[in-house]
Ligand binder design. Structure first.
Ligand code: AMP
Length: 545
């Protein structure tokens, strides 16, 4: 017997319809690139997204065509998401922090037909256009008054397009499995690969993310997505916040500590999300200026592991709850969140802290397993670590263009490339990316744990640990650290500090101080670049014994 319920297609347009119909007056506040704060509502956003969607026919675009965006988090960028997806087009967010050649590769590979961009990226786009002949034209996300002189072919002013568009445009009724968004993996090795989110996967993922025990956004929240719209599907916030009717606060291009603090206070933000480096800057600013946070209640931190000192500062010094999250571009992107189960609520503070520092347990719609090198499943004892695999309706099935061939195992699990433990309560803890793990005498040393312990030292701003060749042990850890401004810590002192915090045989064999640690375009430490830089580094012969 079939169920007798309505077959309501899961399309992204229903999210913005819902927001405009039931939370129409709720605000979207942007620190505009031109300077002033811009305010309007979900009703306005939907109307303008419809105008833009109707105007896309003037651009000679057909459903399924890809349109790239090179833009910061602003109301205009968000409008283009809903406008493009509502017109049956595929919104392809490009990360402007990538190298030009990588961007050109991605835009060509995706066969982007148009590129929408902030005025600040005109020069970058001018360089791209020669390498990407398939891009027919460029739309500048600004008004007539701010249109720059440019040699971009067919450059159009976004506001003029929107003005000419039809506010009553009917969303294109695409199949719920049609592609809505496209995002390339950061590709630290090999070429970046395209992950095509469908309308259905986006709606299901936003519903899962809004579960009460997940991020559970509410219409009373004021949400600041510092995570860029171009990073990993914006951690689902572009869908989950409107779905809940939450106020949205968009930071534009000013992501420094002071600008974020001012926006949080002015807009009474109670929920925000970003990678650890962003929070490092905010915490430093708060400490330096001796400021308090009056409204912030929860901060979601992911993309890299949360250092213990960061979690403690937020929770103890500022009364802000930290939610550690893990995910990937290939997972829409949220996989796990470290929220506490009932049995942990009354646990000793130590145990609660240990759990909150893990990457967390899966949200509904994500299933995971860890396996050894031979593919055998490992127990969930919090000790055995192995390769982490995941599956679910928001997990990639194959990369765009079939790159990389078949990427699922026989049970439909996708290999994350992370190495992790899972404990008896289902909390997953990442010890490393598989290619970063340090193999010493046949045993594995977690570079992430060493890094987190090292940044607990009061004179250390940032730390990275890599494996370097060792005659006896194959590899031993080298700690590379950036001192805090005005401090010059002693390597021996740093090693003493680590003693007792990690297993004795994990202690790095050497410490070097550097001015800066290189980061990827999404804020992760570039281990490969460090390995190349320290390729010639020689450890003392008797180290590691
Ligand atoms: P991306 O697709 O750029 O979001 O990168 C995904 C990868 O980032 C994951 O496979 C992990 O290696 C890493 N990652 C994300 N969140 C965390 C976290 N909370 N702790 C450690 N690594 C993380």
């Amino acid at each position: 017997m079939q169920g007798l319920m309505q077959n309501w297609p899961l399309r992204v347009s229903s999210i913005i319809d819902h927001a405009a119909r039931y939370h129409g007056g709720r605000e979207i506040v942007t620190r505009s690139l031109e300077g002033p704060i811009h305010r309007y509502t979900y009703t306005d956003l939907r109307r303008r997204a419809k105008r833009f969607a109707s105007a896309s026919s003037q651009l000679d675009l057909r459903p399924g065509d890809r349109v790239g965006t090179l833009a910061w988090n602003t109301y205009r960028h968000l409008e283009t998401w809903y406008g493009l997806m509502g017109a049956g087009l595929v919104c392809h967010t490009l990360n402007p922090r990538l190298f030009r050649d990588q961007l050109a590769y991605i835009a060509r590979h995706a066969r982007d037909r148009y590129l929408l961009l902030d005025v600040g990226f005109v020069e970058l786009a001018e360089e791209l256009q020669d390498a990407c002949p398939e891009i027919r034209g460029f739309v500048l996300l600004t008004d007539r008054a701010h249109m720059p002189a440019t040699r971009l072919r067919g450059a159009v002013c976004y506001e003029e397009l929107v003005e000419a568009g039809d506010p009553d445009f009917e969303w294109v009724p695409v199949d719920e499995n049609a592609a809505a968004g496209l995002c390339y993996t950061s590709g630290t090795t090999g070429n970046p690969k395209g992950v095509a989110y469908s309308h259905r996967s986006n709606v299901l993922h936003a519903l899962a993310v809004n579960g009460g025990d997940a991020l559970g956004l509410r219409c009373t929240d004021s949400v600041l997505p510092v995570v860029p719209l171009y990073h990993a599907n914006a951690w689902a916030l572009a869908f989950s916040a409107p779905m809940a009717g939450a106020k949205l606060v968009l930071p534009g291009d000013r992501l420094d500590g002071q600008s974020l603090y001012e926006l949080i206070e002015a807009e009474q933000v109670d929920f925000t999300a970003a990678v650890p480096t962003v929070w490092l800057a905010l915490l430093e600013y708060l400490e330096r200026e001796r400021l308090r946070l009056s409204s912030l209640r929860r901060v979601v931190i992911g993309g890299s592991a949360v250092p213990q000192v960061m979690l403690e500062k937020f929770e103890r010094d500022y009364g802000v709850e930290v939610v550690h999250g893990w995910g990937m571009t290939e997972m829409s992107p949220l996989g796990t969140l470290a929220t506490l189960k009932p049995e942990l609520l009354d646990a000793e503070p130590e145990e609660r802290l240990r759990t909150k520092l893990k990457q967390g347990r899966p949200i509904f719609s994500v299933d995971m397993k860890i396996v050894d090198d031979a593919g055998k499943e490992l127990p969930w004892d919090g000790e055995s670590f192995g390769h982490l695999w995941v599956r679910g309706p928001g997990v990639v099935d194959s990369y765009l263009g079939g790159e990389g061939g078949r990427i699922l195992d026989d049970e439909g699990f996708f290999h994350t490339g992370d190495v992790a433990t899972i404990d008896a309560q289902g909390y997953m803890h990442i010890t490393d990316r598989s290619k970063d793990v340090i193999k010493s005498g046949g045993e594995w040393i977690s570079s992430i744990e060493l890094e987190n312990a090292a940044v607990g030292h009061p004179d250390v701003a940032e730390a990275a640990v890599i494996g370097v060749a060792h005659a006896k042990w194959d590899e031993r850890p080298l700690l590379i650290a950036v001192p805090r401004e005005g401090r010059s810590p002693d390597p021996r002192d740093l090693l003493d500090f680590l003693r007792g915090k990690v297993a004795k045989w994990w202690l790095p064999d050497a410490v070097v101080f550097v001015d800066e640690i290189p980061h990827t375009a999404t804020g992760k430490i570039q281990k490969q670049a460090l390995r190349e830089r320290f390729e010639e580094f020689r450890l003392p012969e008797d180290s590691g014994d």
